[in-house]
Design a protein around this ligand. Structure first.
Ligand code: CA
Length: 228
């Protein structure tokens, strides 16, 4: 599962630079330019980690931090000016888990994020990999799926669904888990969304979609991908 980050930073240039470099590291990044929209996005997306600049134009970053902490155990990394140790201490007191100083070095930041997510038991982004099951070869990095060596036309959602199932072969994933992983939020608990996509995916990857052998239904729970 890809970790989702919320980046709250008012300086557009820094925000864009961080977003791009973190996406390169394999994270999904939501961005907000001020504290209020940051809090709104937090409620909307329930990210796995928040990266919070302490100097924001509307509400103080410290107050955003406290606000987040009141309702959530989400890991928070605060971004402070290098010289401002007062801000840093206040940020940690307000509930931040870690901090980085400006100018932010993307590689160093990514290492802090990895460490923090590991601490809280969150999986790191999987290294882009190739896996094979049945007659299917999945090349994640290239976004290619082959069946008997022939490329399949999958939608992005079908592709992500297949990747999520393949990331945990032989383990049943509930419809809610798949909603969360593939769509990134609770789609009003609408499991039909998952069922419809599994159905379409089966039509493409299964030898006999009526008798699926790769993506099997676990009655009352969800789906699992069979890898022998
Ligand atoms: Ca700022």
């Amino acid at each position: 599962m890809l970790a989702r980050l919320l980046l709250i930073e008012d300086e557009a240039e820094i925000r864009t630079m961080l977003k791009l470099s973190l996406e390169d590291e394999g994270y999904v990044v939501h961005e907000a330019a001020d504290g209020r929209s940051g809090l709104a996005l937090f409620h909307e997306h329930q990210p796995d980690l928040v990266l919070l600049d302490l100097r924001l134009p509307d509400i103080r970053g410290l107050d955003v931090c406290r606000e987040l902490r009141r309702e959530s155990i989400v890991p928070i990394i605060v971004v402070t000016a290098q010289t401002d140790t007062h801000d840093l201490v206040a940020g940690l007191e307000a509930g931040a888990d870690d901090y980085v100083t400006k100018p932010v070095v993307p590689k160093a930041l990514a290492a802090r994020i990895r460490a923090l997510l590991r601490r809280v038991g969150m999986q790191e982004p999987a290294a882009p990999s190739t896996s094979a099951f049945g007659n299917i070869e999945l090349r994640e990095a290239e976004a290619v799926v082959l069946r008997r060596g022939q490329p399949l036309e999958l939608t992005k959602t079908e592709f992500r669904l297949l990747c999520e199932l393949a990331a945990q072969p032989n383990i049943v994933l509930s419809r809610d888990q798949l909603l969360e992983k593939v769509w990134g939020y609770d789609y009003l608990g609408d499991s039909r969304l998952v069922d419809a996509h599994v159905h379409r995916l089966r039509n493409k990857v299964e030898e006999d979609p009526q008798r699926p052998r790769l993506i099997v239904t676990v009655r009352g729970i969800g789906y699992k991908l069979i890898k022998t």
